[in-house]
Ligand binder design. Sequence first.
Ligand code: SAM
Length: 250
Amino acid sequence: MSGQPRLYRELAAWWPLLSPPGEYLETATFYRALLEAACASPPRTLLELGSGGGNHALHLKHDLALTLVDLSEDMLAVSRALNPECEHVRGDMRSARLGRVFDCVLIHDAIDYMTSEADLRAAFETAFLHCRAGGAFLVAPDHVRETFEPSTDCGGSDAPDGRGLRYLEWTWDPDPFDTTIVTDYAYLLRERDGRASVEHDRHVTGLFPRDTWLGLLAEVGFAPSRADYPNEELAGYEVFAGRKPLLTPR
Ligand SMILES: C[S@@+](CC[C@H](N)C(=O)[O-])C[C@H]1O[C@@H](n2cnc3c(N)ncnc32)[C@H](O)[C@@H]1O
C-alpha cells in the first residue's frame, strides 16, 4: 500500500481536479455498449476493480447496480462522496474475493498498476471468479507495447471552493526490455487561501503486448477480443473484452 502513488494516498482529495468526473461520460457510454453487446442477457450488476475516484461509476450507476473496489481508502472516500448510493469495498484486484458474481466486471486504467504478467493474470482471475456465466469483462489499459510512445501532457482544473490544480505528466520507458514504464507528475496545488505548492509523484505502470492481454484472458477462461475506441480523440487507445462462456469447460 505504501508503494501506491501519492495521488492515491495523501493527495487523493486533489484527484477530481486532475481528472474531472464530467470527462468520463464518453468512455463510460462506450464501455456500457460493449458490455451490453458481450453479455448473453442485459446486464444489471457491475463490479469495478480499481474504481478510484468513481468517475466512471458516476455515469454508469443510473442503469447498473455498482460495487466499487479499490486498494486505497483515500480514493474510496473520494468516490463515496461522489457516489454515495454505490457499494464500496476496500480490496486488491489481485486477491479480492467478494463471494458473489456480477453480470459484468470492469477494470479501467487501474489495470496499469499491474506491472508483471503474474499480477495481470491474478487481476483477470479475480474478474473471472466474479463474473457470472454468460457475463462479460472489459479491461481498458492506457497503453499496449505495440503503440507505446513516450509523451508529455498537461492539464488541471479549479474547484468551486477556490482550490486549483495544474499538472505536467511525462511518460517514458527507462527499459524497453521489461514490462514497466514510468510516469513522472509535477502537481502545482493552489489552496483556498491562495498558497501554492509543488509536488512530485512517480507512477510505475505495466506495459504488455496485445498477445499477452488476449492470451491471459483466454488462460483464465474468457473468450477474448479487442476493440478500438470509436472517436478520434481517443485514437490509439484499445479495449480488451472477455466473454465468460455459459458452460465453462471442465
Ligand atoms: C487512475 S485511478 C482510477 C480512476 C478511475 N478510472 C475512475 O473512474 O475514477 C487508479 C486507481 O487504481 C487503484 N489501484 C492501484 N492498484 C490497485 C490494486 N492492486 N487493486 C485495486 N486498486 C488498485 C488506485 O488506488 C487508484 O485509485
